[in-house]
Design a binder for this molecule. Structure first.
Ligand SMILES: *[C@@H]1O[C@H](CO)[C@@H](O)[C@H](O)[C@H]1NC(C)=O
Ligand SMILES: *[C@@H]1O[C@H](CO)[C@@H](O)[C@H](O)[C@H]1NC(C)=O
Ligand SMILES: *[C@@H]1O[C@H](CO)[C@@H](O)[C@H](O)[C@H]1NC(C)=O
Ligand SMILES: *[C@@H]1O[C@H](CO)[C@@H](O)[C@H](O)[C@H]1NC(C)=O
Length: 492
């Protein structure tokens, strides 16, 4: 009897052990808690676009000016060969997924037949006053699967209601409703705080405007100096701060205020709001097309790319249509070169063919948070997570599978799993034991080009995360070779 009981007990224990092994295999370790604030769905989608195209077009195109004074006759607007399909083709060939058009600039001239003014395409000879640039733009973009955004200048130098706050704000809001009701889905709306320098006391009713935008378009991102969805980066050079947080204290920001530009450039690790930065810059010196100007060199555009997209921002690159109503061939060509260059640099990731070792990994070897997640194609929700054991020395070591064969690269790419918050505050990169880079923020994407145009032929690359808000979570890493980054000096 006693022996049988013993055997029975032994059997029970075995079954229990077996069951718990099975359940351990079935229950994956959970993802770590996010660190607030987090992006919204639309902000995440926006960030992944990386490059957005801006198009400045209007009466200034015909007067060869940057700012119209509002006295322009609509009769000068006559883009005889306007073809928005050409704009969309240029954007598509440049890999752009969102185009933003100036529906109205400071001069007050409207590119659509607004009910509330005659200062628009209605008064122009183009299509005998029956044309609608916004409609053609929206249709052409949609044909190519490109999303649209609009800019409606708060400063209107033509309309006589400007300066009479109630009447003017009603006028502005009426036009906003026309644009957001009539033309389908709008993904970004762009506000600036520009005002008549002689009428700084005019008020823009941003709260009413923003609430109306939200009501009419559910997946839109509102851009302004102070968001609420996307913030200005604080300059028009296309450069973000070397440190650039997507988080900031929105309460410290106000639209058009001059004391915030530095704060906008860097963001704030103690920020309470997710408000990523957009870097607006033009492919030419001016925002509008001028016969005398030509596009920037490829090397300049690449510098802009590394300093905007490569610093956790989205690049808003302006490409202005000319007086014919087309994007000039030289601009289109330069944009295509730019796109090809980016593909050439990043299509090959040497890290994919390497051994990667990490300081620790959440849930152990089979936990699903291993180093392999940093070299797969998912750059958001598949990531390396270290163990949450209080040890703050987090590192990644990358070396060639064939120890003798060296890695030839000059660009290092790091991406955080920003869906769980922006975390990394400081990081260091050692190449063959030598400290080459001391970096700060990472965010959606951080690109380090090796100093002086140099490339290295190295065996081991070690990335150390030395300071972070909580555990660092890395969704992608890359070692790339940029053949356009010409060397003046060599690092090794
Ligand atoms: C702004 O100031 C000007 C000049 O002082 C005045 O004429 C105008 O009525 C003011 N406008 C508003 C909206 O307060
Ligand atoms: C800018 O100035 C305003 C008004 O003085 C202040 O409330 C705000 O906090 C300042 N913002 C920054 C970022 O310094
Ligand atoms: C505008 O660009 C198109 C395409 O390159 C070109 O055919 C046209 O001549 C240009 N117009 C002007 C005024 O330069
Ligand atoms: C690597 O180098 C060592 C020492 O020079 C040599 O003995 C070995 O054969 C090399 N291995 C390969 C795979 O080239």
């Amino acid at each position: 009897m006693g022996r049988l009981w013993c055997f029975y007990y032994f059997l029970l224990t075995l079954i229990h052990l077996f069951n718990s092994t099975i359940s351990r295999l079935e229950q994956a370790p959970t993802p770590p808690l996010p660190i607030l604030p987090l992006p919204t769905f639309s902000q995440l989608k926006w960030q992944q676009r990386e490059i957005i195209m801006f198009l400045h077009f209007g009466v200034n195109t015909f007067t060869d000016r940057e700012w119209g004074d509002g006295h322009e006759s609509p009769e000068i607007f006559n883009p005889s060969g306007l073809d928005a399909a050409q704009w969309a083709s240029v954007a598509a060939e440049a890999g752009v997924s969102l185009m933003i058009l100036t529906a109205k600039h400071h001069d007050g001239f409207c590119l659509w037949p607004s009910k509330y003014t005659d200062h628009s395409v209605i008064g122009s000879p183009w299509k005998e006053g029956k044309g609608d640039v916004i409609r053609e733009f929206v249709n052409a973009a949609s044909e190519k699967g490109i999303d649209v955004g609009l800019y409606l200048s708060p400063w209107d130098r033509h309309d006589s209601r400007y300066g009479h706050d109630l009447a003017y704000n009603e006028y502005y809001l009426a036009q906003l409703q026309e644009l957001l009701n009539k033309y389908g889905s709008v993904r970004e709306i762009w506000f600036d705080g520009a005002k008549d320098p002689k009428a700084q006391n005019v008020s823009y009713y941003f709260s009413e405007w923003f609430s109306m935008v939200r009501e009419l378009q559910s997946s839109i991102n509102i851009f302004s100096d102070a968001g609420p969805d996307v913030r200005w980066v604080g300059n028009e050079k296309g450069y973000a701060g070397d440190t650039c947080w997507s988080i900031i204290k929105r309460a410290s920001l106000s639209i058009g205020s001059p004391n915030i530009t530095h704060y906008l450039t860097t963001g704030d690790p103690r920020g309470t709001d997710w408000l990523p930065a957009e870097c607006d810059v033009s492919i030419r010196d001016g925002w509008f097309w001028h016969k005398s100007e030509s596009p920037r060199k490829l090397s300049e555009l690449l510098d802009i790319y590394y300093n905007s997209v490569g610093r956790n921002c989205v690049l808003l690159l302006n490409v202005p249509p000319n007086t014919t109503g087309l994007i000039s061939e030289i601009d289109a060509h330069r944009l295509k070169e730019f796109h090809t260059a980016i593909n050439t640099i990043f299509h090959k990731n040497l890290a994919e063919d390497c051994n990667i070792k990490v300081s620790s990994q959440r849930g152990g070897k089979e936990g699903g948070f291993g180093a392999e997640n940093m070299v797969d194609s998912d750059h958001l929700w598949s990531y390396w997570a270290p163990n949450d054991d209080g040890n703050n020395d987090h590192w990644i070591e990358i070396w060639g599978k064939n120890y003798n064969g060296s890695l030839r690269f000059n660009v290092i790419r790091i991406q955080e799993a920003i869906g769980l918050g922006q975390r990394i505050q400081r990081h260091k990169i050692y190449v063959d034991g030598k400290l080459l880079i001391q970096g700060t923020t990472v965010g959606h994407k951080r690109l380090h080009r090796l100093e002086g145009g140099g490339e290295v032929n190295a065996h081991v690359v070690r990335i150390r995360i030395t300071k972070s808000r909580g555990l660092p979570l890395i969704s992608s890493i890359g070692l790339h070779f940029d053949p356009f980054w010409h060397s003046k000096f060599s690092v090794t």
